[in-house]
Design a protein around this ligand. Structure first.
Ligand SMILES: CCCCCCCC/C=C\CCCCCCCC(=O)SCCNC(=O)CCNC(=O)[C@H](O)C(C)(C)COP(=O)(O)OP(=O)(O)OC[C@H]1O[C@@H](n2cnc3c(N)ncnc32)[C@H](O)[C@@H]1OP(=O)(O)O
Length: 184
């Protein structure tokens, strides 16, 4: 992965702490928001990613490129692929049971991805330093060990629930996340 210093863990970064209530290995992860473009089941034209964690620390999901995802004729749009990477990385920080948002997302496009292709996505954390989480993801064509079409490195920043209250719609979050407190 070609990455900048901004998405490279610094020497003082450590592994993520195991959080009480974090999903057990093998758990299928629920969508964080029904209207999310990446994972929401209620979104009419979203990517509808369904992720699982095989080991409690990494996340896997599949994304089949459809007609709605084209850039060039019959080829996936790069921005849609970046969205899939952003989402699967977001699902991997969801394992920490803390709210995070994307600060920076870097993407390498290695192969064109034709419509009809199923990308096997995987995301993991390379380290945490304070509020910063350093994460990585890859998308492989056709199989979990298929050729890598997309790689991404990301810096996610931990926020508190006030972030969503101040800038978004807290009531909508509370409906789906009665477990998250705005002022824990
Ligand atoms: C929605 C429902 C939620 C339900 C909640 C349930 C829990 C859910 C849990 C998990 C959900 C996962 C969902 C995944 C969905 C996919 C992910 C997305 O699409 S997220 C949307 C796109 N992203 C944004 O909209 C961020 C917009 N930006 C901001 O709001 C701010 O800039 C923010 C919060 C990122 C930072 O602002 P500051 O004021 O809090 O903090 P400062 O001091 O600026 O930054 C902290 C440190 O981070 C560095 N930093 C910040 N942004 C950086 C950047 N772009 N590049 C490099 N460093 C950056 C800074 O340099 C600073 O570092 P130094 O502490 O000084 O060392």
């Amino acid at each position: 992965m070609t990455r900048s210093s901004l998405t490279t863990p610094p020497p003082n970064a450590g592994p993520p702490e195991a959080m009480p209530g974090a999903p057990a290995p093998g758990t299928v992860l629920s969508s964080h928001y029904g209207q999310c473009f990446g994972c929401g089941a209620e979104h009419p034209t979203g990517l509808h990613l369904k992720a699982r964690t095989p080991d409690g620390t990494t996340v896997e999901a599949e994304f089949t490129v459809g007609e709605a995802h084209q850039g060039a004729p019959k080829l996936a749009h790069g921005g849609v692929l970046a969205t899939a990477m952003d989402e699967v990385i977001g699902m991997s920080v969801y394992l920490f049971r803390k709210p995070y948002v994307t600060g920076r997302l870097e993407t390498d496009y290695l192969l064109p991805v034709p419509v009809g292709t199923t990308l096997h996505l995987r995301a993991w954390c390379n380290g945490i330093a304070g509020r910063k989480a350093y994460l990585e993801a890859e998308g492989r064509i056709g199989a979990p060990d298929g050729p890598v079409a997309v790689r991404a490195a990301a810096l996610f920043i931990e926020v508190n629930m006030e972030h969503f209250a101040k800038h978004g719609d807290l009531a909508a979050i509370e409906v789906e996340h009665p477990d998250y407190e705005v002022n824990p």
